[in-house]
Design a protein. Structure first.
Length: 139
């Protein structure tokens, strides 16, 4: 489940705002990655660092059971020039849905972990979106 919004005449603030949001999540212990695409789009990825700090089988298990939370925020310039579209979406959403579908029939304990993972991911998407909008309003 994603969220999006177009903000009028805010493109000039985008680089500053997205870096502030990135730093907030980094200080809270999340893994972050910021990408820029030809100057018209920024992509901020935020991932729960508890999964990335683990190694080997534990990391694979967290990923396979759908308990990892990943969110992506895209800020892109709208064709009109000064407007910016903010969109927050999840990563690995289809993985979680597939795990839930299989686990309902075969391995019901995975249903619980994938449900928790979907809840955590949705919560992270909402937080990322809200932080970005809040930062735009305070700049």
């Amino acid at each position: 489940m994603g969220r999006s919004k177009i903000l009028k005449n805010r493109w000039r603030d985008t680089q500053k705002v997205i870096r502030l949001v990135q730093e907030k999540f980094r200080q809270e212990g999340y893994d972050t990655q910021l990408l820029m695409n030809f100057g018209d789009e920024y992509v901020l990825q935020v991932r729960d660092s508890t999964v990335s700090d683990t190694a080997g089988p534990v990391k694979w298990l967290c990923s396979a059971t759908g308990s990892a939370a990943v969110a992506t925020l895209v800020a892109r310039r709208v064709a009109s020039g000064g407007d910016v579209e903010i969109e927050a979406v999840g990563g690995k959403w289809l993985d979680k849905a597939a795990v839930m579908g299989v686990s309902m029939v075969v391995l019901w304990p995975l249903f619980v972990t994938s449900s928790i993972g979907m809840f955590r991911q949705n919560k992270l998407i909402g937080r990322l979106y809200d932080e970005m909008i809040t930062e735009y309003l305070t700049v």
